[in-house]
Design a protein around this ligand. Structure first.
Ligand code: SF4
Length: 87
């Protein structure tokens, strides 16, 4: 069974399954909601990214629904365009 590695964004680039598992592990490790300005900043980055599907509001690299993923403090862009939020 493949292990999630919260410090290794390569995990998200391998496959949709690995990305989903990484996202779930990150959520379990820290379910904190990011401040609104962080959420907004991340969404603006995603909207300018060529991997963002504006119709579905998803990232075609990690497969995640970005309005939710960007709201969670412990999430990370698989291309390191934005990273985890720490107080
Ligand atoms: S999570 Fe990263 S790769 Fe995916 S759409 Fe957002 S900025 Fe692009």
């Amino acid at each position: 069974m493949e292990n999630s590695n919260l410090d290794n964004p390569e995990c998200c680039r391998r496959s949709f399954g690995a990305s989903l598992k990484d996202t779930a592990a990150r959520l379990l490790a820290d379910p904190t909601i990011a401040p609104r300005y962080i959420h907004n900043e991340r969404m603006e980055i995603c909207k300018g990214c060529d991997r963002f599907d504006a119709n579905k509001q998803t990232c075609d690299l990690c497969g995640c629904y970005m309005p939710v993923k960007t709201a969670m403090a412990n999430m990370r862009c698989p291309q390191d365009l934005w990273t985890e939020y720490r107080k």
